[in-house]
Structure formats: C-alpha cells, structure tokens
Design a protein around this ligand. Structure first.
Ligand code: 15L
Length: 279
C-alpha cells in the first residue's frame, strides 16, 4: 500500500502548530502550506510549501497526491469584509476546487462556532443534559467571520453534491488551544489531541459524503452535542474540567454580566462586536 499524504493549510497558524506534529506517524507524509515560513514548526520528514491558500494554482499543486486536506488557513477572527471574503471564502473555494479537479478524496474544513454564534442557549433550551446538535443549530453568523464559516460549510456541501466520491467534514470548532483559557472554554474547548482524533476518524473509509460536526472535547460542561461527531467515529476523550481550577472568575459585577451573556450565546463575545471590526 502506498504512503498516505496529509496536506495541512495554514500550518503556521495557532491550530496548525498544534496539529502538525500530532498527525505525524510512520507511513504517512505530511505536507504543510502557509504564507509564513517557520522552519522551527516543520516536524521531521514533513514537507513545506510556501504560498497562499487564495492562489488556486498553488493549492492545486500542493494538493497533488493527497489523501486528505486539513484546511485551517484563514483569518481566525472578525475582520474587514474584503479580507474575510478573499482569505476565508475564496480560500475555501480554492481548496474544494483543487480537491474536485485532481480527485483528493477527503477534505476537513475548519468551521467555527461563530457560524451559529447568534444562537442563545437560553432560547434553545440547550444544556449539558440536552446538548445542542448541529442539525438544530442552523447558520446564524455573529460576524463577517462567522458568515465566512457558514459559507464554508455551504460550499463543502455543494462540492460534495457535485463531486462523486468527495467526502467533506466541516468542523464547528469551539475553542482550540493547548488548554482552555476562560470559563466559556470549559464548555467549548477542543483539545488538540481530540482534534487529531477527529482527523484520524475522517480518514476511515466508512466516512463518506458531507458532514458537519461540533469540534468539542468530552467536557463536563459541554452543551454542544457529540452525536453527529460520533456518527462518523469521532470519540473525543479529553475534558476541560481538569483545568477548571486555573480559570479565574470575574472580578466585578460588570464583568460578571458580560460573562453571563458570553456564556449564553453560542458565539461568546462576538455577537456584541461591531460588524467588520475586531472587538
Ligand atoms: C474562533 O472561531 C476563533 O478563531 C478563536 O480565536 C476563538 O475566538 C474561538 O472562535 C472562540 O469562540 O473562542
């Protein structure tokens, strides 16, 4: 059997840095694509391609012979419309179009909770006992950034419909850092190890077609469902609760009120930001 190849776009971004080494294993080739070249972030044996995800030709070349594209490249917060459109929407098109054209069988799209950020937990009646499924969290972007993620999910579904044999899994990532950084993250943290588990799950031949799943660990305070992820074999094991003692509590009442809202919206603080301006 020939060696498996994984292409990671945005390999020098926050999540790319956490994932590339975790996906490295014998019999597998890792190719990294980024506009930033950082020699210290290239795992042994990995190959680095310098270029932008918004350049269709660059992406097509980088995708040659690849088994799965893990598409992480993009602006990771609210920004001006033109930048969001080019980097996040057009960049995602470049990835999906390359996959369609040269027959890459699998693509993982880094979507975000901000695709449904305006939804409120209190309106939905969601809680740890009755966690919110993706199919009940329709697109409700909280920012241009969130809009680009709904566009990403929708493009993924379109390309699957038009491309026989293509599998696309859009992951609505909660908060992916080495450790959860605040109270909200105790519910929505996706541990880097669990993200790597998700990639391994998507590589299984049984996973076909289009799927959208929450990218969230098995957190005690989780109110987003694992159901859709488990249906494609994603079984997260980490729990943010083990870090709860390190996450501080709000200092004053104003902060406490803001935190209450932040904990109610799927999108945390993003819903309170002005359009196009990074809060
Ligand atoms: C995201 O989509 C951002 O990329 C990330 O920086 C965090 O803000 C995260 O969501 C979050 O909601 O915590």
């Amino acid at each position: 059997e020939s060696q498996q190849t994984i292409l990671i776009t945005g390999s020098n971004g926050r999540i790319g840095r956490l994932l590339s080494a975790r996906l490295t294993k014998p019999g597998r080739h890792i190719r990294l694509l980024d506009i930033v070249h950082d020699p210290s972030n290239i795992p042994q044996g990995a190959e680095f391609v310098s270029g932008s995800v918004t350049d269709a030709q660059v992406v097509e070349q980088a995708a040659a012979g690849v088994d799965v594209i893990v598409h992480l490249a993009g602006i990771a917060a609210e920004a001006q419309w033109e930048s969001i459109l080019d980097t996040n929407v057009h960049g995602t098109w470049c990835v999906l179009e390359a996959a369609r054209k040269i027959g890459v069988p699998r693509v993982i799209l880094a979507s975000s909770n901000h695709a449904a950020g305006m939804l409120r937990r209190s309106d939905l009646g969601a809680d740890t006992q009755n966690p919110l499924r993706v199919c009940d969290a329709h697109p409700a972007p909280d920012s241009y950034y969130g809009f680009s993620k709904t566009a990403m999910e929708s493009l993924g579904r379109l390309f699957v419909a038009k491309t026989p044999g293509l599998c696309v899994v859009a992951v609505r990532i909660g908060s992916c850092w080495a450790e959860p950084r605040n109270k909200r993250a105790l519910s929505i943290w996706l541990s880097p190890d669990d993200f790597a588990r998700l990639v391994e799950a998507v590589l299984q031949p049984a996973v076909t077609g289009y799927h959208c799943v929450w990218g969230v660990s098995r957190n005690t305070r989780r109110w987003w469902s694992l159901e859709e992820g488990e249906a494609i074999g994603f079984r997260p094991v980490d729990d943010a609760e083990v870090f709860a003692h390190r996450v501080g509590s709000p200092r004053d009442e104003t902060t406490a009120a803001l935190v209450a809202d932040e904990l109610d919206y799927v999108g945390g603080v993003f819903p309170s930001w002005e359009l196009g301006i990074h809060g």
